[in-house]
Design a protein around this ligand. Structure first.
Ligand code: ADP
Ligand code: MG
Ligand code: ZN
Length: 622
């Protein structure tokens, strides 16, 4: 990618190469001259070569009447001459270690010639006093300069934002395979950046900040660049970790500088990668208090508030840890819009591979779909890497085109790497996940009160291996008992399907079981939905701030009631499980078909499932 430094460099004069070689020569010359200067100063300062003697020795000389003359300097040093000696031998000096009240009397008794002086403070001497400090600072400066790279010594506080300049080939949405939903959401931002005036005139509120959320390598940075490319505006790119460096106060000023740059270049995009590096919840870090990161975050909040939508600056940020972000960042007027950048499914993986294969000569026998199928759980970055590795294998084999076996070798290599860093999914696991998710999904079509299925997928997200997602047809604020019972039934769909197909279940059911139990407990204890216990609230609602919820929950019922509550919960859950098992057993063929299709296509939407089980397509998109 073509980036250049935002800080303009002075034009180079021909014949004066501006390289590290020249820089270090200059540094050496400076060091040497400084060294000479300072040693000269030290010598100059040490102009008298009197022998330093202890104060007690001086007193002895004085007692014996051997002191000829003294000069008291600054009331703490005595420079003097001894009687009966000449030249350097006669000179001595001593420091007065305590306030000696006797001294003056003694000196007068012995008739010593007394003079006094205040040490001269010529500018040269002041310089000499500070010389070691200056020297030290110069050394530190050079060390920092080394660390920061060339020409950066005086720009600590300057943001290192890179500006995406006039690239020969802009990144556009066409470079991003899949990510349909993310692109759709970002299109609005593109429209706005192309013509901010239009939106302002309409009074439409445009999000100031858009947060791209997704696992590493899913293409967040790529999407941000594509937005800039599509809108044809400047793009300032900075990573959260760039803000938080070793110097106190640098982060905050970098933020200020970055936003200043943005303001000057509007309309433009400011992209903050790895937002979590600065944006972690305040007061939760080690060290506590107002550390560097916190100041940086505060500055960021201030800057974001200082923007007006009509300024034409959009702030994009990316993170793979939205959960650790400070809630203040997500408030309205800041990053109030989140765009999920998901891991690719098999079709999307095919498209990503295809995009990257355009850049290399590929043999015509290469089956892209097969590679995509064989790389479950990989991200866009992994796939880009895979294509590159395949090309390297081909080069090593002296081949003209990259062949299928190169891709296979590259895949094995990549999957090994992926296995180390993220979750690798074996074929059996994928199959088991498909059965589990098919169980959840199928129930949506055989239960009366459930919401319609939105999509079902075996593409892992976060810690979940798969997902069956339903969306209510309209906003709902209260739920009937029959809906809740169907909801619990759907939660058991995965468990029941695993049981039917494998005769045992996996740890993948933990979350479902917990959610079902929580819901059943609420039905019993809060919503009075059981006949045996009736409409009565058991356990007081208390939301303590500091202690765990469980501990603080008031138990205001007897042991006997507790037992009856447990029994009622169990009854609800048991009934749901029995019902689910009945339905899935009856439609076992559909369940198998759905699981197979999930293994093959990884993500299915409502109409895909309907087609599969012989239902007419739904009117309008869910
Ligand atoms: P993230 O910022 O989410 O960690 P990146 O945007 O840095 O991921 O992606 C790294 C690389 O992976 C990209 O430069 C691109 O080559 C490739 N890549 C990721 N997702 C896609 C995609 N959807 N289409 C094409 N290439 C992709
Ligand atoms: Mg990135
Ligand atoms: Zn489940």
């Amino acid at each position: 990618m073509d980036f250049d430094d935002q800080n303009p460099k002075p034009p180079r004069k021909p014949g004066s190469p501006e390289g590290p070689a020249r820089g270090s020569k200059a540094a050496l010359a400076l060091f040497l001259s400084l060294g000479v200067l300072f040693s000269a100063l030290f010598l100059f300062n040490e102009r008298n070569d009197a022998t330093e003697i202890p104060y007690s020795a001086f007193l002895t000389y004085l007692d014996q009447g051997n002191v000829d003359a003294v000069k008291i300097v600054d009331q703490f040093e005595i420079q003097g001459t001894l009687k009966g000696k000449t030249g350097a031998q006669a000179l001595f000096k001593t420091n007065i270690p305590y306030v000696d009240l006797e001294l003056l009397k003694q000196l007068r008794d012995k008739q010593v010639k007394i003079t006094g002086s205040v040490k001269g403070t010529s500018p040269l001497q002041i310089l000499a006093e500070f010389a070691p400090w200056i020297f030290g600072f110069v050394i530190i400066w050079f060390m920092l300069r080394q660390m920061q790279g060339n020409n950066k010594a005086f720009t600590f506080g300057k943001s290192k934002a890179k500006r995406y300049v006039e690239p020969a080939k802009k990144t556009t949405f066409a470079d991003v395979a899949g990510q349909k939903e993310a692109k759709y959401e970002l299109l609005e931002v593109v429209d706005y950046l192309k013509n901010p005036g239009k939106f302002v005139k309409m009074g439409a509120r445009i999000p100031k900040g858009v947060l791209l959320v997704g696992m590493p390598g899913t293409g967040k940075t790529l999407l941000a660049k594509a937005v800039a490319g599509e809108a044809n505006v400047p793009f300032f790119h900075m990573s959260g970790s760039d803000f938080v460096e070793m110097f106190v106060g640098v982060g905050a000023s970098r933020v200020r500088d970055l936003f200043d740059q943005g303001r000057r270049s509007a309309p433009c995009i400011i992209f903050i990668d790895e937002l979590d590096a600065v944006g972690r919840t305040r007061g939760a870090g080690y060290g506590g208090g107002h550390d560097e990161r916190e100041q940086t975050l505060n500055q960021m909040l201030v800057e974001m508030d200082g923007f007006d939508t009509k300024d034409g600056v959009i702030i994009l940020a990316a993170t793979n840890r939205p959960d650790v972000l400070d809630p203040a960042l997500l408030r309205p007027g800041r990053f109030d819009r989140q765009v999920v950048v998901a891991m690719p499914d098999v079709q999307e993986r095919t498209d990503i591979l295809a995009i990257h294969m355009l850049k290399i000569p590929v043999d015509e026998n290469v089956d892209v779909t097969r590679i995509a199928r064989a790389t479950p759980g990989t991200s866009g970055a992994d796939l880009a890497n895979l294509v590159n590795e395949a090309a390297l294998f081909a080069i090593r084999q002296n081949r003209v085109n990259v062949e299928m076996q190169d891709f296979e070798e590259a895949r094995d290599k990549i999957l090994m790497g992926v296995a180390r860093t993220s979750l690798i999914i074996t074929d059996e696991e994928k199959r088991a996940t498909a059965v589990h998710e098919a169980g959840h999904a199928l129930l949506h079509y055989h239960l009366k009160y459930s919401d319609p299925l939105h999509k079902v997928t075996v593409v892992p997200r976060g810690r979940a291996l798969g997902l069956a997602l339903s969306i209510p047809e309209k906003d709902v604020y209260s739920r009937a008992r029959s809906w809740l019972e169907d909801r619990i039934a759907i939660m058991y769909g995965g468990y029941s399907a695993e049981m039917l197909f494998y005769g045992e279940t996996t740890t993948g059911t933990a979350q479902d079981i917990r959610q079902a139990t929580d819901l059943a407990r609420k039905m019993v204890c809060e919503w009075g939905m059981t006949d045996s216990l009736g409409p009565m609230a058991y356990g007081q609602e208390e939301e303590p701030i500091f202690i765990g919820k469980e501990i603080a929950q008031h138990k205001d019922y007897s042991e006997d009631t507790a037992r009856r509550i447990d029994a009622a919960i169990k009854e609800i859950l048991q009934a749901a499980l029995v019902r689910v098992t009945g339905i899935l057993t009856e439609h076992r063929d559909q369940l198998g078909k759905l699981a197979d299709e999930l293994v093959a296509r990884e993500t299915l939407d409502d109409n895909d499932v309907r087609a599969l089980i012989g239902l007419p397509p739904r009117e309008g998109k869910v």
